[in-house]
Design a protein around this ligand. Structure first.
Ligand code: SF4
Ligand code: SF4
Length: 135
């Protein structure tokens, strides 16, 4: 009997670095850990970071946008890549996929790195595996 193919994360997603997910109001929420890590990386203090680079949405700090509508930290690439917020690091292996696997295919419409030709059961299995590593 042939063994079942196990899809690895790189089999179902490969970022093209197009930057589309860094544009538009996506509400990139920053956790307390993100705030400390980014502040240290850009050599500022957490309070200054929040007042200069964040806006408050639903009582949570989210990254501001620049005039070009891209995230304030986008400049052809993510300029804080080593410490980018948890939300950005997790994409597209997020809980919303477990809640409804159709979200994978919807997200594929805006993110060219998402492979939409993978069967739903395999997407679910792979995303669940990745999430369990990160939790
Ligand atoms: S939209 Fe997708 S492919 Fe483009 S930069 Fe974002 S994660 Fe990568
Ligand atoms: S922090 Fe980096 S990856 Fe996240 S939205 Fe901003 S530029 Fe994009």
């Amino acid at each position: 009997m042939r063994s079942k193919h196990i899809f690895k994360p790189e089999d179902i997603f490969k970022c093209t670095t197009c930057g589309d997910c860094c544009k538009g109001y996506g509400g990139t929420f920053v956790t307390k850990e993100d705030i400390y890590a980014i502040s240290e990386y850009i050599k500022t203090d957490p309070d200054s970071f929040v007042s200069k680079y964040c806006t408050i949405s639903c009582q949570k700090p989210v990254l501001k946008q620049g005039v070009n509508k891209y995230c304030i930290f986008w400049d052809k690439v993510c300029t804080i890549h080593p410490v980018k917020p948890r939300m950005c690091r997790q994409w597209p292996f997020i809980k919303n996929i477990i809640a409804d696997v159709d979200n994978w295919y919807v997200m594929g419409g805006i993110c060219p790195g998402i492979h939409t030709d993978i069967p739903p059961a395999d997407v679910l299995e792979c995303v669940a595996r990745e999430l369990s590593k990160k939790s």
